[in-house]
Ligand binder design. Structure first.
Ligand SMILES: [Zn+2]
Ligand SMILES: [Zn+2]
Length: 359
């Protein structure tokens, strides 16, 4: 099968022929229909986050199950699925306490590589590796999708929508009448914005340096916008709100914007870091945290309870309460993947989707 392979950091992806193993007892093979092009993939291409090479990236994926292992009961061949990039074990303390996104066990590891190039193991990002015609992964990460939802939309729910919506609903618990700031109005940020608006926030303030992203943010429910390229965004936000917001979200993945999120939270407020801040960076906060009673939290995969949250999100979309169609700005073929990443780097798109297979 064809896949886009990363052979070294800071090099273009190359389309190559790879082979898949047969699924183990708890695994499934999925024919990929659509894969979103996400900033998290870019972190691995740019080398901000390490990975073993060769690697297939792609973790925002939906497709059709083509084969399942002997012990798989949650999906069958022909099922349309979102491929979750965490595959929870279902029985550890984290899974048991309703935090499967933090599952410490994971699904049982296979002994031989699932994906190979001429006998050499190929890393699959997050056990997914969706920039490919097929994915072999643990079935516990698969969430079924009803027939009335396109797999392009379902793919987005696999990362950016779940991450943004979940950061609001699960991690922060945004309340009606509260004030919210969102730094970064990209694929994840727009979902934070629309989920905060849906949760009844009185003010949803989008902060970005790209003008057209601020315009889009208004379409997704931002009540106010701050151009971070023109003066100090923290001072502007404090002026606009009279001292800060109840909830500030960082959706870019930088030390400086994580610190700004903390500064934007008012006394008693909460800052939530959603973006992939480089692992060696330190986020510095004021020693007055005790007096101000501020909370600084991380949010991974929107604190997803996959089998509850993803169908809920799709239901809100069906009811017209979440705008997921508006997230897709461009479509590319798998062969055009490097162009899609260039467009992402240049801030041209909200979300590009690779149309890899046909249903
Ligand atoms: Zn992602
Ligand atoms: Zn677990």
């Amino acid at each position: 099968m064809k896949a886009a392979v990363l052979n070294a950091p800071q090099t273009p992806l190359s389309i190559e022929e790879l082979t898949l193993d047969k699924p183990g007892p708890t695994e499934a093979v999925i024919r990929v229909i659509a894969a979103g092009v996400c900033h998290s993939d870019l972190h691995f291409i740019e080398g901000t986050y390490p990975t073993r090479h060769p690697a297939v990236l792609g973790h925002e994926v939906a497709g059709v199950v083509s084969e399942v292992g002997s012990a798989v009961t949650n999906v069958s061949p022909g099922d349309r699925v979102i491929i979750g990039f965490v595959q929870p074990c279902g029985h550890c303390a984290d899974c048991d306490s309703g935090r499967p996104n933090l599952c410490s066990q994971g699904a049982p590891r296979r002994e031989s590589p699932g994906l190979m190039r001429d006998g050499e193991a190929v890393t699959q990002m997050a056990n997914v590796g969706g920039f490919a015609e097929y994915v072999i992964t643990y079935a516990s990460g698969l969430v079924k999708v009803a027939d009335d939802i396109s797999l392009e939309i379902a793919a987005l729910v696999g990362c950016s929508v779940m991450t943004g919506y979940g950061a609001v609903v699960n991690t922060a618990g945004v309340t009606p009448g509260s004030t919210v700031a969102v730094i970064g109005a990209g694929g994840v940020g727009l979902n934070i914005i629309q989920a905060a608006a849906l949760a009844g926030a009185e003010k949803v303030i989008a902060v970005d340096m790209v003008e057209h992203k601020l315009t889009t943010a208004r379409d997704f429910g931002a009540t106010d916008v701050i151009d971070a390229g023109d003066g100090d965004p923290v001072a502007k936000l404090q002026e606009l709100t009279g001292g800060g917001v109840d909830f500030a979200f960082e959706a870019i993945g930088l030390k400086v914007t994580a610190e700004q999120a903390y500064q934007m939270a008012k006394r008693g407020g909460t800052a939530v870091v959603v973006g992939m801040v480089p692992p060696m960076d330190k986020i510095e906060v004021s020693g007055m945290i005790w007096l101000e009673e501020k909370t600084l939290k991380g949010s991974f995969y929107g604190g997803a309870r996959f089998h509850r949250d993803m169908p809920n999100i799709l239901n809100l979309y069906r009811q017209g309460k979440l705008n997921l169609d508006g997230l897709v700005t461009r479509r590319y073929k798998l062969e055009e993947i490097n162009e899609a990443f260039d467009a992402l780097k240049n801030g041209e798109v909200t979300r590009s989707v690779l149309a890899i297979g046909i249903e």
